[in-house]
Design a binder for this molecule. Sequence first.
Ligand code: AMP
Length: 287
Amino acid sequence: MKVFTAIQDIRAHIDERKRQGEMIGFVPTMGALHEGHFSLIAQALKENDAVVVSIFVNPLQFGPNEDYEAYPRMLDADLEKAEARGVDIVFAPSAAEMYPEEMQTGVRVHEGTEVLCGKSRPGHFDGVATVVLKLLQIVQPTRVYFGQKDAQQAAVVTNMGRDFNLPTEIVTGPTIREPDGLALSSRNVNLTSGERREAVWLYEGLKQGALWIEEGTYRPREILEGAKHTVEANISGTLDYMDILTYPGLRPVKEWNERVIIAGAVQFSGARLIDNIILSPGQKGRA
Ligand code: AMP
C-alpha cells in the first residue's frame, strides 16, 4: 500500500496508473476507519482496478463551535486497517497541504441545505462540496463512493456532479450498523457508555416512523410526532431534528409516490449522531 501526503506525489502516481489503463475507485473519509468505510472500500475494490482512500479531517466543514479538535484521529491504526483490507493507495494530507492559503473560491450549495443538517450546520455542505471537488481534482477517480448514512451529503455531492459535469461516477453504498442497530460512525467513540446505550433509540424512532409510512396513509405530522416522542423519551441528549422529505430532492412530501427519507440527528454531550431510512413507494426497502 502506498501512502501519500503531498498532492503532487499522489497525482504523479495516479497519472501513471491511469496511463496503464487502471480504473480508480476513491473513498473519501475523515479517518477513524470502521466497517461503514470498509463496506465502501470493498465495493470499490470489486468495481475498480485500484482503490484510493483519503483520510482528511476537513476544517472547512466544521462550524466554530463544532468538534473539529475532538474529532477522533488515529492515522497509524487506520493505515494498518486499510492495508489489511486491500486498499492500494492512501492520501492523508495535512490541512496546510490542502489549504496552503485561505481559499479565494469555494462551492456554494444553494438547494437542499435549508433542511436536516444544513439547517443546524450553516456552511457545512459548502465545506463538504468544496473539499470533495478538490479531492476529485486531485485523485481524478473513475468512481467515488459515499455512504447512505450521510444521505444529505450523498445528495449534495450527486447534485454537484451533475451541475459541474464531473466525469467521475458517484456511487452510494448502504448504511452499516452495529448489531443493536446503531449506525457506525467515527464519532461513536466520543459517546459516554450511558449515551452509547441510549444512542440506538435514534434508529428505533426512525424505524417506527418508517413502519408507519410503509403501513399506508401518509400523515407526516402524526408520524413525526410519534417517532420524535420515541427518541426523546429514551435519550438524555437532545433531538436536533427529525423530518420526512423526498429523496434525493429533499423537498416536502405531498403524496407518497416517490422515494422518501426519514432522517434525524441527536446531540449528545460529546457527539452529534445522524441516521436515516430511505423508503421507496410500494416496496418495503430500507437503506
Ligand atoms: P466520514 O469518515 O464519517 O466522513 O465518512 C466517510 C464516508 O463513509 C462517507 O461517505 C460516509 O457516508 C461513509 N460512512 C460513514 N459511516 C457509514 C456507515 N455506518 N455505513 C456506510 N457508510 C458510512
